[in-house]
Ligand binder design. Structure first.
Ligand code: GAL
Length: 367
């Protein structure tokens, strides 16, 4: 764009000079002046965080993890010099159509970078095309677009990237934490088989698919025999999970482990277990993912056996860093990963410390 402007100006300077019958020296001088003025106006156009208009689209703001991430991201951006009034946050209300509509609206009113937590991970080609047509770099977060799309960003060299975790790792860590408890300790009925209930996140989610699959694979790889008594979609939500687990427990009261794709569902499962008159951490073991404060407290009480820290603090920082790199026109990779951390009673206090320290610094900033 800038190069084109320079070429157009140079040509027009030349034409003007020729028409005016200038000497060659004069033409050179005039060209140099024009080049200098283009360069300085280009410099003027160099964006700073304070000028950047950022559009942040969250698949559903009632989702605990995404709401934590969104707050953290805004805090980081403001710390980096972005103006809060230039950050537009859109709750996509779990509707792909609505997300597309709002994207068009924000693009037409002017935006310099888009952060998108897509509603439908199989339809991100539409989101990407929209952003690319508008010439706006795009950062996907947390809900990973399909691999074919990531390959396209690479092959077409598109300013598009993804920041998030590898859900396989979360599943594997859940399995490993159960293994660490010792088979003989959790095979309550001593039949040599681990009976479990699986509480899954929403359908068609990579996190749901991989966390479910890899948790069980880790157990099988350790030579454990497992039997699924029931499964259901808790949609990442505490109340839905409580309902799913209540139903499952009515049919299968002798379950040994309840594996949940996230912590809100683990907390919902715990409610159901309590109401069924079972003792969590003794009669039945519950495991989650995310490391939400509420789950960490239950881990410390021995009611939930473990979780994996889905580090929203780090992911928000990576997102801010990537936005700054796009702004400075630096090289940006097409994927930035954040590692999960296994959390049990041993380190729950430390992780709680990280989260609370972050909350305290937020509170201090607000004072
Ligand atoms: C996961 C997270 C869940 C939920 C989900 C939304 O990474 O563990 O709690 O937020 O993303 O897609």
């Amino acid at each position: 764009m800038r190069r084109k402007l320079f070429e157009v100006l140079t040509v027009s300077v030349l034409i003007t000079a020729l028409l005016a019958g200038c000497s060659e020296k004069n033409i050179e001088e005039t060209e140099a002046e024009a080049a200098a003025s283009v360069a300085s106006s280009a410099e003027e156009k160099e964006m700073t965080p304070a000028d950047m208009r950022v559009g942040v689209f969250i698949y559903k703001l009632s989702d605990t993890y995404m709401s934590l991430f969104k707050d953290e991201l805004i805090k980081d951006l403001v710390n980096a010099g972005f103006k809060e009034e230039n950050i537009t946050v859109v709750n996509s209300a779990f509707s792909h159509g609505y997300q597309m509509l709002q994207l068009k609206k924000v693009i037409s009113s002017g935006v310099d970078i888009l952060v998108v937590n897509p509603v439908n991970m199989s339809k991100t080609a539409e989101v990407t095309d929209l952003a690319m047509e508008a010439g706006v770099p795009l950062v996907y977060v947390n809900r990973e677009p399909e691999a074919s799309e990531e390959i396209r960003w690479e092959s077409e060299n598109l300013p598009v990237t993804y920041i998030g975790c590898d859900a396989r790792q979360a599943g594997t860590f859940q399995g490993k934490m159960l293994i660490d408890l010792g088979f003989e300790n959790i095979d309550k009925n001593g039949d040599g088989v681990l009976q479990y209930i699986m509480v899954k996140g929403e359908k068609n989610s990579a996190d749901t698919y991989f966390r479910t699959r890899y948790s069980i694979e880790a157990l099988k790889n350790a030579g454990w025999s497992v039997e699924k008594l029931a499964e259901g979609n808790g949609n990442w939500d505490k109340n839905v999970s409580e309902y799913v687990v209540t139903e499952a427990l009515a049919e299968n009261p002798s379950v040994e482990v309840i594996i949940c794709n996230n912590d809100m569902m683990a907390v919902g499962a715990l409610e159901a277990v309590n109401k069924a008159g079972l003792e969590a951490g003794k009669d039945v073991y519950i495991i989650g993912a995310d490391a939400f404060e509420v789950a960490l407290e239950k881990i410390l009480e021995g009611k939930i056996v473990g979780t994996v820290f889905n580090n929203y603090v780090e992911q928000a920082r990576l997102t801010t860093g990537t936005i700054l790199s796009y702004m400075k026109k630096q090289n940006v990779a097409h994927f930035y990963g954040s590692d999960y951390v296994k959390v049990t009673k041993e380190n729950a206090e430390t992780i709680l410390g990280i989260i609370r320290e972050d909350e305290e610094s937020d509170a201090q900033q607000e004072e």
